[in-house]
Design a protein around this ligand. Sequence first.
Ligand SMILES: NC(=O)c1ccc[n+]([C@@H]2O[C@H](COP(=O)([O-])OP(=O)(O)OC[C@H]3O[C@@H](n4cnc5c(N)ncnc54)[C@H](OP(=O)(O)O)[C@@H]3O)[C@@H](O)[C@H]2O)c1
Length: 335
Amino acid sequence: MTASLHLKGATALVTGANGFIGSHLVDQLLACGCKVHGLVRESSNLKWLDTSKIDLHRVDLARSDFKVPALEELDYVFHCAGLTKAKSRSGYFQINAVACSNLYEQCQKRGSRIKSIVHLSSLAATGPGPQGRLVDEITPCKPVTFYGQSKLAGEEIALQYSQSIPLTVIRPPVVYGPREENFFTFIKLIQKGWGLQIGRAGKELSLIYVSDLVEAMLKASDPSKQKGRSYFVTDGRVYIWEQIAKECARIMNVDVKTLKVPEAMLVPVALFFEAWSSFSSKPALFDRQRMIDIRQSSWSASPENFFKEFEFTPQYELSRGLAETINWCQQEKWL
Ligand SMILES: NC(=O)c1ccc[n+]([C@@H]2O[C@H](COP(=O)([O-])OP(=O)(O)OC[C@H]3O[C@@H](n4cnc5c(N)ncnc54)[C@H](OP(=O)(O)O)[C@@H]3O)[C@@H](O)[C@H]2O)c1
């Protein structure tokens, strides 16, 4: 850990503290000597949190009257809570945008000690780029999904408050590592000997290992570096899915057959899952929004501005990140 002298002895709020990224961030903040307040829901699964080490607050950000806990004590706010799957466009906007307004309004009015806020957005807020070209912070934002549109709206709200509170927006690409379940499904399929190729081969993406993202967020909270801007943070490389599948197979020592699924098959599958989920309160496992995501030929971004301005160097390239993730999945008996 290199980034965090300013955090020693400070008090931080992490929203989405029990989530994949939030729980790793909590671990690192504790390791930096921070007092941590974790915002979770009544229904949140707390399995990745050591609840004896943090102050937990049950707050539903979907409620318009929610109160930010411990506000007068906070030096730092890390806003990690977000919805990556929802049943409707308004569901995404309620959490990823409207809740930000309410959160930052309270921070501005009553968070007199707050030194900086880190707002976790997503590459989805900018949208995909053309194959062979990285998007960067001056690329016009053209989100292609409700999720991306809601993350962009959340960023815009956050940046309005950056006039009065030091604030940095971080836009990660796909984040992978221990405790994450979507990327794990991909690894699990490889372990069973199957690689999935949807549409044509060679679709590009950026990645970041969760420890690197957390380290970047700690750096981004440094009050001396605040410019009220958005930054992409990736591991600095661009991958294609076939390369990731090959690397997973090498680490697990399995032979993989590639199952080629034509994109045209995605529509009926998405419609089936959407119809199925209409009988449940949960969003569909796969829907037409996810289909739009998958169809894009490049989800890759340049992190150069963040690297330069925050003197950040990621520690994990693909092989090391995957090896640690697979090792963790094996230890936890997920694989
Ligand atoms: N993982 C990625 O690849 C990735 C990439 C780019 C950006 N991001 C962004 O990173 C953030 C964290 O993502 P993640 O991967 O860690 O997802 P996650 O594991 O699903 O965590 C999301 C967190 O938000 C909380 N949350 C959702 N709705 C809430 C509500 N109404 N009130 C209070 N808390 C609520 C969740 O609580 P529950 O556990 O109770 O649902 C959970 O703690 C999100 O903003 C996401 O957009 C993630």
